[in-house]
Design a protein around this ligand. Structure first.
Ligand code: GCU
Length: 323
């Protein structure tokens, strides 16, 4: 982890340092995952393609492992223009732009194809654009698979969650989901989760398989229960201030590079899920098939509640659900 001084040094000259003589633009991109993760691979490709498509003019420098702060801190820096880009996800973004909460509704998508139809739809694009006046713009989504519960015991029905402290992302929808399922939601930053699981501060977590193994949570849990309650995409965002400073050519290069890396991520992700499941099994994690019906029933009231509380958001959710 970078000290406060080096974080400051990294951010000084940000945003968009133009090197002397050359009309180069360097965008700084922060994220909270390790360099071994699929999303880091996808963003390395993004940087490579952005550079090639702009004839070397547009560079993206990636800071992984929350070196520049947690996901939330990075988003705040992006929002006020102190950092150019961040990779976040739709759960964390819920606190910054309401439309993203649609993705956090459990059992919204029937399968991976449905998920992709949504990410590539006009509605998906509208969500990415919805925060432009709020300091940042969504550039693209990246596949982050399906999220399931993992713990030292199998969770095969909502009853198993009774009395369990379950780490969730800082997302009101995720909090509500775990409450509806009967568990005790505990919002925590991702970087704190390994220790929290190890020391019993929380009894369970929920995520995709690569996030569990590549952050070594698989060393401290025994069961991954495949209830697949949500499919929450990762989201690459850029500060509105940085976007406005890009030339037309740079914007085109970034947009094109993002689209290409999103497509590549489909394969990168699918391969990583298979490989990381094998690696989890090797460390002794057991994968448990789960009947999803009781989980679905338990969270159904969230849809009725949303319909009563927020008609616009409900309409967006239904729009995605029917794609
Ligand atoms: C996934 C996601 C991250 C997020 C993490 C979490 O790994 O890709 O963006 O921080 O879940 O549960 O916090």
């Amino acid at each position: 982890m970078m000290g406060k001084k080096s974080i400051l040094a990294a951010l000084i000259g940000c945003t968009m340092a133009a090197s002397a003589g050359v009309q180069a633009t360097t965008l700084k991109l922060s994220h909270n995952q390790d360099t071994s993760t699929p999303v880091h691979q996808a963003m390395k490709l993004l940087a490579k393609r952005a550079k090639a498509l702009s004839d070397g003019e547009l560079k993206i420098r990636i800071y992984p492992n929350a070196q520049l702060g947690s996901q939330r801190e990075s988003l705040e820096l992006v929002q006020n223009g102190a950092l150019d880009m961040a990779k976040s996800n739709a759960a964390e973004l819920e606190a910054f732009a309401k439309a993203y909460s649609a993705f956090n509704m459990p059992y919204l998508f029937t399968d991976r194809d449905h998920y992709y139809r949504a990410l590539e739809s006009d509605l998906g694009r509208e969500i990415l654009n919805s925060s432009a006046d709020n300091g940042f713009i969504g550039v693209t989504y990246y596949d982050a698979g399906a999220r399931s519960f993992y713990s030292s015991k199998p969770i095969t029905s909502p009853d198993d969650l009774k009395g369990m402290k379950v780490r969730v992302q800082p997302s009101p929808t995720a909090v509500s989901m775990v409450k509806n399922l009967g568990g005790n939601p505990t919002p925590l930053a991702f970087g704190e989760l390994y220790t929290a699981l190890q020391q019993g501060v929380v009894d369970a977590a929920e995520n995709n398989i690569p996030s569990m193994t590549l952050n070594r949570h698989s060393e401290v849990v025994k069961y991954f229960s495949l209830d697949e309650h949500t499919m929450v995409p990762d989201v690459l965002v850029i500060s509105t201030a940085s976007w406005n400073k890009l030339s037309d050519m740079e914007r085109e290069a970034l947009t094109q590079a993002a689209a290409e890396s999103m497509q590549e991520m489909k394969t990168i992700w699918a391969e990583a899920e298979v490989a990381e499941r094998q690696s989890a099994e090797k460390t002794g994690v057991e994968f448990v098939e789960v009947d999803k019906a009781p989980f679905q029933q338990a969270v159904e009231p969230m849809y009725t509640e949303l319909k009563e509380k927020d008609a616009d958001l409900y309409q967006l959710v239904e729009g995605l659900r029917k794609l």
